[in-house]
Design a protein. Structure first.
Length: 180
């Protein structure tokens, strides 16, 4: 009877070890990095295509004076696109920008929930199918918290693997070498 229990425990330990290997594999890191990048690119591009809509969403929160909402909408959307591109290429600093943007969005969504606002979060622009289905800030906040967990995983993976992303200078050098 003891052998059977030891065998089962051994198999469970093996499964956990395999799960840890998958979790720490470069494939998992790249998959999460690319998915997060795609979300920021989709979000930023959709907002840049309709900056007036996003400016209206920003105005609904009442955090900025009216003349600043359109410039803020454009700047935030451009930051999302550039950070998404940087994260896609795994360039140093892009994950930090994504973390800062997501932190800002979490704070603004929390503020909106605290005020009891019943508005669209504006997360993915006017064509966001989720906005029509799950109108409300709570689901957007949960989504952002989940994305923040992905960011923590990416930072953990980099720390665990002692990996540093590329610098822009190194990226341009490698592209220049390929041209020659």
């Amino acid at each position: 009877m003891r052998e059977a229990a030891g065998t089962i425990a051994g198999k469970n330990a093996e499964r956990l070890y395999d799960l840890g290997n998958i979790f720490l594999s470069p494939l998992s890191y790249n998959l999460f990095r690319i998915l997060l990048s795609a979300m920021f690119l989709w979000s930023g591009i959709s907002k840049l295509m309709a900056p007036q809509f996003f400016a209206g969403v920003i105005e609904n929160y009442g955090l900025l004076p009216d003349p600043l909402t359109l410039p803020a909408a454009i700047v935030l959307s451009m930051l999302e696109v550039f950070a998404g591109l940087g994260l896609l290429a795994d360039i140093r600093g892009s994950l930090t920008v994504v973390t800062g943007l997501l932190g800002l969005f979490i704070l603004v969504l929390s503020y909106g929930i605290w005020l009891g606002l019943d508005i669209d979060c504006g997360c993915f622009g006017p064509e966001d199918p989720k906005a029509r289905t799950f109108r409300g800030l709570r689901s957007a906040l949960l989504q952002d918290i989940a994305m923040m967990l992905v960011i923590f995983y990416l930072y953990f993976w980099r720390y665990r693997q002692s990996m540093a992303p590329k610098t822009l200078t190194n990226l341009f050098r490698s592209l220049k070498k390929k041209e020659m």
